[in-house]
Design a protein around this ligand. Structure first.
Ligand code: TXA
Ligand code: MG
Length: 346
């Protein structure tokens, strides 16, 4: 597993006829042989393997250092690919599929037990999504496999939005990476349970709660998303996530940030600020990173993980971060920031 050569291919996602691309064919062949390959999706890079092959799936958990009780999302390119392993599609699920697939919405269905049991960590449900990315689609179609794929980072690290991030975490731990450029959305898919009568939001992501509610009406939210003491319904949400090496603190009032910075710099710490275009000129610190503009929060989502990794590159020991309104994509941004900060507010 360790110390294997990690192959790298570069693919132009805008190229016509990607299913005939030589790199895609080679990567698909390696997937068929039971190896793991990282590939771009519209959200973050995924680390894929044949969802029917238990030993291939075991390699994903080993490469990431992922706890085995944390189930994976199965990726498909055509709806028919999920029919052999899901129990049925409710009317609401049908409406959501029509509205948002392909796209950053993962749906949880009851399952038949056909997929390798380590994909679902023994649960009787299965998470499925159809990514909206030409390279992911070409790989799924060429391999003709449903691919189980978590984000292609070491467990606990920020999810990768470039092939470079994948290599920093997983070089020599996986068979290959298909480099299709930077991902777009930048945060993971929304995870919604449609296996029960009333859909429940487990993880906010690329498709917003508001967008979902426009299609199927009001939805429930897993209480664990708001209260850290509740056990989350989605196993992965309980782990520390998305953390840079420095300690992150969230600060509600921007005007307080500078005094925290000054205090810690006086103690000899290397201090960072995670800010926005609108506010970056207000501060002085050792490392200042703007993730995007408050006027367009999707720019913040798109650069958030790269911004968190930037603090590691520049060796920030303490990072103070601005917060965002929890509306639209802001809900997913704040969910990831709270995890990066282990819930610490100042
Ligand atoms: O955007 C994405 O979703 C990316 C790209 C690669 O597709 N993938 C991703 O996978 O974020 P991962 O493994 O990092 O997150 C999957 C989440 C975890 O929180 C996991 O616990 C949850 O989905 N999940 C998977 N199957 C589940 C199930 N049957 N019931 C509840 N939660 C489930
Ligand atoms: Mg992940």
């Amino acid at each position: 597993m360790n110390n294997q050569q990690t192959r790298q291919w570069t693919v132009d996602k805008l190229e016509d006829n990607l299913i005939n691309n030589q790199a895609i064919k080679e990567a698909a062949q390696i997937l068929k042989k039971g190896e793991v390959i990282a590939f771009p999706t519209e959200t973050v890079y995924g680390l894929g393997a044949n969802a029917y092959d238990e030993s291939a799936i075991a390699k994903i958990f080993a490469a990431k250092g992922r706890p085995s009780d944390n189930p994976l999302i199965v990726h498909i390119a055509k709806r028919e690919q999920m029919l052999p392993f899901i129990e049925g599609i409710s009317e609401k699920a049908e409406q959501l599929i029509n509205a948002f697939w392909p796209g950053p919405l993962t749906l949880i269905f009851k399952q038949k037990g056909e997929i390798a049991s380590n994909v679902t960590a023994g649960l009787d449900t299965i998470a499925v999504r159809m990514p909206d990315h030409p390279v992911a689609a070409a790989l799924l179609l060429t391999s003709d496999l449903p691919l189980a794929a978590p984000s292609a980072n070491l467990s606990g690290r920020p999810s990768p939005t470039t092939a470079g991030h994948v290599m920093l975490d997983l070089n020599k731990r996986i068979a290959g990476v298909v480099d299709g450029g930077s991902t777009g959305v930048g945060l993971e898919s929304t995870v919604l349970d449609v296996s029960t009568e009333e859909p429940i939001l487990y993880r906010p992501g690329g498709v917003t709660k508001e967008q979902i509610e426009e299609v199927i009406g009001p939805i429930a939210v897993d209480p664990a998303l708001k209260k850290a003491e509740e056990a989350p319904r989605s196993p992965g949400m309980k782990y520390t996530h998305y953390s840079p090496n420095g300690e992150v603190y969230l600060i509600r009032a921007c005007e307080d940030i500078q005094k925290h910075v000054d205090k810690w710099q006086a103690k000899g710490k290397r201090v960072g600020i995670l800010t926005t275009e609108e506010n970056r000129e207000r501060y002085t610190a050792d490392v200042i990173v703007s993730s995007g503009s408050r006027a367009n929060l999707s720019t913040v989502a798109s650069h958030l993980y790269d911004s968190l990794r930037q603090f590691d590159k520049e060796k920030a020991e303490i990072i103070f971060a601005e917060v965002f309104p929890e509306e639209g994509i802001g809900m997913a941004i704040m969910n990831r920031l709270e995890k990066a900060a282990s819930g610490r507010y100042l």
